[in-house]
Design a protein around this ligand. Structure first.
Ligand code: GLA
Length: 385
C-alpha cells in the first residue's frame, strides 16, 4: 500500500502540475475546485417548481450553506415539457410560470448560480425532450436564460457515441457566450475518466446513488479507481449527496460527506434544505471538511492502508503540504483505527486536528489512533511543523 501511495501521490502531483499537457482538461476556466451546490433529484424527483427553487435558494442563504461555499442551484429532470415550432425547449408553464429567466434572476439575486438538466439523447430519463439534434439551440437558450451549469444525462441515447455527443454539447456551450459548467452524466458507462477531462468539468463515474450505506460506499469503491483523472477544471463525480434524506444515520452521513470531500468530489446537496435538522445542517456546513474538498491543489485522495478487515485509511494531500486523513470503519462494530505515519508519508512529530470535533488534538510522534463509530469516520488534518 505504501509504495502504491507514493507512486499515486507523485503521479497525482505530476498530473496536477503538468495540467493541460497530461490531463488535457477542458479549458473553460470553470470548476477549478469541485462544484458545490444543490440539485433537486435525490429528494424531489419530478416534483420540481419555481416555488421550490426559490424557497431552496432562500434556505441555502438562511442556513449558512451559501456562506459555507455552496453555489449552484440545479433543477434536475422534469422541468421541460416540449419544444415549440422553432424547436426551442419549453418549460412546464404550470410549475414554472414566467419561465426560467425570472427564476435564474431570482437565484442570482441571492448570490447563487443557476443550473438545469438535459439529456444527450432523444429524451431525458423521465421522457422529456432531449438535446440530441438541438445542441446549439439549447446551449444558446440556456445562455439567454442565465444558466450557469448544465447536467447532461444519457438516457434514450441508443446507438450514439458518448464522447462525440458530449463533445458536441461542449462545443455548443463554448459558443453560447456565457460561462457554463458542464456536468457529464453517463454513469461511468463509456469510460468517461478517459475523455471527460477534455469534455466536461465533471463526469459521473457510477450509476445512481441510493440513500443507504451499501450504495454510498460502493460509489466510493468505484470512483476511487479513477483518482488520477481528477484535477482543477475536471472532477470524478460519484453522484450527488444523500445527506439529510433520512436513509442513513448521522454517523453514516458524516462518513459520506468526509469521503466525498477526500475524493475531491462535487458537493451537491440533495436534501430538503428548507426543513433540515440541525444535525444535517452541521454536516453540510462543516467548513473544515468543505475546505478539504475545495483545496486548491486539487488532488483526489486515495485509499492507502487497510489495517484490518473493513477498516481503511484514506489520504488527500493538501496545498500547504498538510494531509487530510479519514479513518473509515466500514464494519458494524465500533473499533479503534491506527494510522501509522509511514502509511501517510509523514516523518517526525506532526499536529493533528479533528475536523468533526473542531479540536486540536495535540502533537503525535509516529502514529494517530482513534475510536471510530460503526459505519463512521474520524477525519483529521495532519500538519508537520
Ligand atoms: C438519471 C441520472 C440521475 C437523475 C435522473 C433523472 O438516472 O443519473 O442523476 O438525473 O436520471 O431522471
Amino acid at each position: 500500500m505504501s509504495a502504491r501511495f507514493t507512486m499515486l501521490v507523485c503521479l497525482g502531483l505530476a498530473v496536477v502540475r503538468g495540467g493541460a499537457s497530461l490531463r488535457h482538461p477542458l479549458d473553460n476556466g470553470l470548476a477549478r475546485t469541485p462544484p458545490t451546490g444543490w440539485n433537486s433529484w435525490n429528494h424531489f424527483g419530478c416534483d420540481v417548481s419555481a416555488q421550490l427553487i426559490k424557497e431552496t435558494a432562500d434556505a441555502i442563504v438562511a442556513s449558512g450553506m451559501r456562506d459555507a461555499g455552496y453555489r449552484y442551484v440545479v433543477i434536475d429532470d422534469c422541468w421541460q415539457v416540449a419544444r415549440d415550432r422553432s424547436g426551442r425547449i419549453v418549460a412546464d408553464s404550470a410549475r414554472f410560470p414566467g419561465g426560467m429567466k425570472p427564476l435564474a434572476d431570482y437565484v442570482h439575486s441571492k448570490g447563487l448560480k443557476f443550473g438545469l438538466y438535459t439529456d444527450a439523447g432523444r429524451q431525458t430519463c423521465q421522457g422529456r425532450p432531449g438535446t440530441y439534434g438541438f445542441e446549439e439551440l439549447d446551449a444558446r437558450t440556456y445562455a439567454e436564460w442565465g444558466v450557469d451549469y448544465v447536467k447532461e444525462d444519457w438516457c434514450h441515447a441508443d446507438g450514439l457515441d458518448a464522447p462525440t455527443q458530449y463533445g458536441k454539447f461542449r462545443d455548443a456551450l463554448a459558443k453560447a457566450g456565457r460561462p457554463i459548467v458542464f456536468s457529464i452524466c453517463e454513469w461511468g458507462s463509456n469510460h468517461p475518466w478517459t475523455w471527460g477531462p477534455r469534455t466536461g468539468n465533471l463526469w459521473r463515474t457510477t450509476g445512481d446513488i441510493g440513500d443507504y450505506w451499501a450504495s454510498m460506499i460502493s460509489r466510493v469503491d468505484l470512483s476511487s479507481q479513477y483518482a488520477l483523472a481528477a484535477g482543477p477544471g475536471g472532477w470524478n463525480d460519484p453522484d450527488m449527496l444523500e445527506v439529510g434524506n433520512a436513509g442513513m444515520t448521522d454517523d453514516e452521513y458524516r462518513a459520506h460527506f468526509s469521503l466525498w470531500a477526500t475524493m475531491a468530489a462535487p458537493l451537491m446537496a440533495g436534501n430538503d434544505v428548507r426543513t433540515m435538522s440541525p444535525a444535517t445542517r452541521d454536516i453540510l456546513i462543516n467548513k473544515e471538511v468543505i475546505a478539504v474538498d475545495q483545496d486548491p491543489l486539487g488532488v483526489q485522495g486515495m485509499l492507502v492502508e487497510e489495517p484490518g478487515p473493513d477498516l481503511q485509511i484514506w489520504v488527500k494531500p493538501l496545498a500547504d503540504s498538510a494531509r487530510a486523513v479519514v479513518l473509515l470503519n466500514r464494519s458494524a462494530l465500533q473499533t479503534v483505527i491506527t494510522a501509522p505515519w509511514w502509511a501517510l508519508h509523514i516523518r517526525g512529530p506532526a499536529r493533528v486536528r479533528d475536523l468533526w470535533a473542531h479540536a486540536d488534538l495535540g502533537t503525535f510522534t509516529d502514529h494517530f489512533s482513534a475510536t471510530v463509530a460503526a459505519h463512521g469516520v474520524v477525519m483529521v488534518r495532519i500538519t508537520r511543523p
